[in-house]
Design a protein around this ligand. Sequence first.
Ligand code: FDA
Length: 380
Amino acid sequence: IIIGGGAAGLFCAIEAGKRGKRVVVIERNAEVGRKIIISGGGRCNFTNIHTTSENFVSQNPHFAKSALSRFTPHDFLALIRKHKIAYFEKKLGQLFCRDSSRQIVEMLMAECRAARVRVEANCEINAVSQGGRFTVETSRGNFESRNLVIACGGLSFQKIGATDLGHRIAGQFGLNIVRTRPSLVGLVLEGKSNPRLAGISVDALVTAGKQQFRDNILFTHRGLSGPAILQVSNYWRRGEPVTIDLVPEADLAAIFAGEMAGRRTASSCLAGHVPPRLIRDLGDRHIPDKPVAQLNKHEIEQIRETFHQWKVRFRDTEGYDRAEVTLGGVSTSELSSQTMESKHVPGLFFIGEVVDITGWLGGYNFQWAWASGHAAGSAI
Ligand code: FDA
């Protein structure tokens, strides 16, 4: 019995079905794979060809290695090619469907049919128990099995069916859960944000802890978003500032040094590197209205810091409604990294996002769903 007809659950079902196991997937929504359908702006960034365990956050970063090495992005690509789904690399190894993410769901369903997997959609789970075998009581009757796979996903996007059932079942069987939090999500500023900046997008180098990401950031009404911010949201810790280099391609100290004989102000040196609204709003306290040649060392250093090392404090994330994933989940210390089976409850497996493995933005989370689903499906 697999609870959850998303990326990981369907993939596990296919693998187990291919090996002749009788498989039922229980899905609460009327259709399976709704997150796949909305993913990647409707084009599903289904994998990343550069995937390694370093692209994931977990209390045990080594845990993902085994499953990822036994089912690689190239293995998934082989399936994509078999089903003649057109795809393209957007950037940095991110592979997207050329036409529609629905093709991924259709492919998974075709594979499920070939492997004789039964899918029960529109099926509400009332209780799960174990007495020798697992019993799952549902709105469509009771199911019994020696093996139970929990593939209910994370807590984000409740409007398309996310629930905490996976975490509750883990708790019911005494498994530890690493504290959860929305991630791959915009961040909300600690102080008041400046509404005049909302909508500005710039290339930036963003650092949280030891992790750095270079990509666009977007000023929002409540804080910052955009790909580089989503990436650092996996690493951001409450109370710790995030450092942002707003002019990563330039060296302001060198530019100012070259202006010592000229008449240009710091603002005019910055123009061309930073949007004028940002120069005005971030720099107004630090940029004296006089030529760079007349600035003292301290003033130059302040301007450099403001744009190369802007320290931003956030009070929160934009929440589960906006988050692509959930950080934390079922502790990897509870599971076998080879099979995803619970170490203490034989026959109980956890796969996909419900586990404390969270990928970067860029196709890594689906690759984890496929790989962990494959690991469990091959082991059952
Ligand atoms: P997933 O969420 O796919 O599936 C869980 C299933 O369980 C769902 O079908 C759900 O309805 C079902 N379920 C939940 N509770 C249940 C219950 N009580 N009873 C029965 N069924 C239940 N990743 C990526 O790599 N590339 C991308 O392009 C994107 N894009 C993206 C966009 C958006 C808007 C979001 C929200 C997320 C992404 N992601 C992504 C993340 C990716 O979608 C996610 O990590 C995977 O879908 C996780 O796969 P799972 O199978 O673990 O969960």
